[in-house]
Every structure is written in structure tokens, then in C-alpha cells.
Design a protein around this ligand. Structure first.
Ligand code: UDP
Ligand code: MG
Length: 320
């Protein structure tokens, strides 16, 4: 059998406007692959997804694929986001072990052998756990990730330190299971964990973004967080009812209190109006939060029932 047709290791890299990073990324990655995965039992392939880049990323990737038969490039017709890009590459992988990493060199390719070794040990999912995340990532970038991590730990029930790190390795079975998931709003690390039996984390180095800017603004992150929350748990919906019961209880106690106050101080003035307003505003606010939350779920249901494809592949570039 041609070992090339089914390699041992598949590396998956989503690319969105990363022209400054691609040369160094490819140089470091191919060095690691040459050093650690040279023997035929550890053959490899690399799959880049060009997620609708508007810079020179695509031609650069195609050049790499022309020179190296083990590299393929999945070209999307427009930008669909990081997780869709990874899915686009997942659909192409043929390896037994699948590693994902970011293109911006925040995930050092040198850590790949460590993750692969863990999968060979029998783990289904190996997450990278970024060490020393005190880099120049702005406050607005690290703060939301902290919240994302904390909420994810709660909603998915799997205690990992770092859900945001995309330097991760999966066994083939887990990737196949994820490909069966048709939902659009998926957050790969959490999805993978829901199919894995043995999960572990290894500490990995974390660097500053080598060049260019983070492709995630606060808004994209908020969206990601809602994806996570709504696709992996009904907890927020259940919290609504818990909160409803709780506030109704408080309201009732308050009512009793007011009645008692009336009887004790029949001459009391109408100061209570302001208190009432305060309470009213609070509850109206809560109601809007609740409506918003319901809206998030309904919006997502709407998106799912339309059943649009998650992404469109224009072409897969590879050497003949
Ligand atoms: N990315 C992508 N599509 C997007 C946004 C990002 O393919 O719409 C890729 C990007 O090129 C990079 C990875 O996803 O390889 C992580 O992006 P980024 O570094 O901007 O995210 P951050 O490190 O800020 O989480
Ligand atoms: Mg990054």
C-alpha cells in the first residue's frame, strides 16, 4: 500500500490573512516534521485551509503545495471563521492522529511531537495548556478568554485549564465523530471532548502573535461564547426558571413586609415609590437578559433549520 495515501499524522492549519507568518510557520513546521516524523511509520500530511484570505496567503500556500506533495490546500470561497476552516480541513484528513494549530506562531510547531506522543499513549484528545500567557495579548483579548474558559468548564463539565488553545491533537475516531455533527455553531475543543473517553492536557509554550493582528474582536468572542453556551448545555434556560422562582419568592416576601409595615406604621409616607422603581428596573433588566438568552437559542435554532452548508470549498490544491 502506498503509505502516502494514508499517513500517520495529519496537521491542520486554518489561514486567514497570514501572509507575514506563512514562510516562518512552514519553515519551522517542516523542520519539526523532518526531525521527528521522518520514518515511514510516522508519515505525515499538512492540510491548510485558506479561509477566504484577502492577502497573498492563498498563492503562498499553493506554492508550498506545488513543491511538497504531502501538503494540500483547501480553498474556501469566502471567510467562514476559524472553526469552520478547521472542519473544512478535517473533511480532508487521512491520518490516524490529527493535530490542529494556529498559523500565527502563537502555538510553537515544536510542541507537536509531545502531543502526538500522548495520542500514541492512548488518549483521544490532547489539549495544549498555554503556559505564561502574559504576552501582549491585550486585556480585551485575555479577559474574555478567561471568561470563556471558566464558563466552558462549568457548562461542559470537563475540567480543562485551557479551552482556547488550538494546539491540540485528536485521534482519528474523534475527528470522524466530529465530522458527523451537522450543527453549524460548534466549538471544536468542547465538541471533541464530548466524544472522547480519555482526555489529557500537556503544557505548551505560548508566544506572542508573530505578525499581523488577532482575527478575533470582542464581538467574535461574544459570539463564540454564545455558541459554546447554547450548543453544549441547556443550563442558561434552566437558570431562567430557577431565577424566576427565586424572584417570585422575594417579591412575595417583600409584599408581606410591606403589609406588615403598613400595620405597624399607618402614618408612613410614600418613600416606598422609589424603592419600588429600583426593584422594577432591576426586574425589567433581568427580563431583558432572559429574552436575549431565549433569542440566542431561537436564532441558533433558526440557523440550524435552514441547514445551510457550513462552508463552501472552491478547490483543493494538491500536487498531482
Ligand atoms: N482564522 C481563520 N478564520 C478566521 C479567523 C481566524 O482561519 O475567520 C485563523 C487564523 O489565521 C489563525 C487562527 O485562526 O491561524 C487563530 O486566529 P487568531 O490568531 O486571530 O486568533 P487568536 O489567537 O487571537 O485567538
Ligand atoms: Mg492567535
Amino acid at each position: 500500500m502506498d503509505p502516502q495515501s494514508s499517513p500517520f499524522l495529519s496537521i491542520v492549519i486554518p489561514i486567514f490573512n497570514e501572509e507575514e507568518n506563512i514562510p516562518v510557520l512552514w519553515e519551522r513546521l517542516s523542520r519539526v516534521l523532518a526531525e521527528h516524523f521522518a520514518d515511514p511509520a510516522h508519515s505525515w500530511e499538512v492540510i491548510f485551509t485558506d479561509d477566504g484570505s484577502r492577502d497573498r496567503s492563498l498563492p503562498m500556500l499553493v506554492d508550498i503545495a506545488r513543491a511538497e506533495p504531502r501538503v494540500r490546500v483547501v480553498e474556501f470561497n469566502r471567510n467562514y471563521g476559524q472553526h469552520s476552516a478547521i472542519f473544512g480541513a478535517f473533511a480532508e484528513v487521512r491520518g490516524q492522529v490529527v493535530v490542529t494549530l494556529d498559523a500565527d506562531l502563537q502555538n510553537p510547531p515544536e510542541e507537536i511531537p509531545k502531543l502526538v506522543a500522548k495520542v500514541e499513549e492512548g488518549f483521544d484528545v490532547v489539549g495544549g495548556w498555554r503556559q505564561g500567557r502574559t504576552d501582549n495579548d491585550s486585556f480585551f483579548r485575555t479577559m474574555p478568554s478567561k471568561i470563556v474558559n471558566a464558563v466552558t468548564r462549568k457548562t461542559t463539565g470537563v475540567k480543562l485549564h485551557d479551552y482556547g488553545c488550538m494546539l491540540r491533537a485528536y485521534s482519528r475516531e474523534v475527528v470522524d465523530a466530529m465530522l458527523l455533527c451537522k450543527e453549524r455553531s460548534s466549538f471544536i475543543p468542547a465538541l471533541a471532548n464530548s466524544f472522547a473517553r480519555r482526555i489529557t492536557e500537556v503544557p505548551v509554550a505560548h508566544a506572542e502573535r508573530a505578525a499581523g493582528e488577532s482575527k478575533y474582536g470582542v464581538w467574535k468572542l461574544i459570539n463564540l461564547q454564545f455558541d459554546l453556551l447554547t450548543s453544549f448545555s441547556l443550563l442558561p434556560l434552566q437558570m431562567l426558571s430557577v431565577f424566576g422562582v427565586f424572584t417570585a419568592g422575594i417579591g412575595f416576601l417583600l409584599f408581606l413586609g410591606l403589609v406588615a409595615y403598613r400595620f405597624l406604621h399607618p402614618e408612613g409616607t410614600a418613600q416606598g415609590v422609589f424603592t419600588l422603581f429600583a426593584i422594577l428596573f432591576f426586574f425589567v433588566g433581568c427580563q431583558f437578559v432572559a429574552f436575549g438568552l431565549l433569542g440566542e437559542y431561537i436564532g441558533r435554532i433558526y440557523q440550524e433549520v435552514r441547514d445551510r452548508p457550513r462552508y463552501m470549498v472552491r478547490k483543493v490544491h494538491q500536487q498531482k
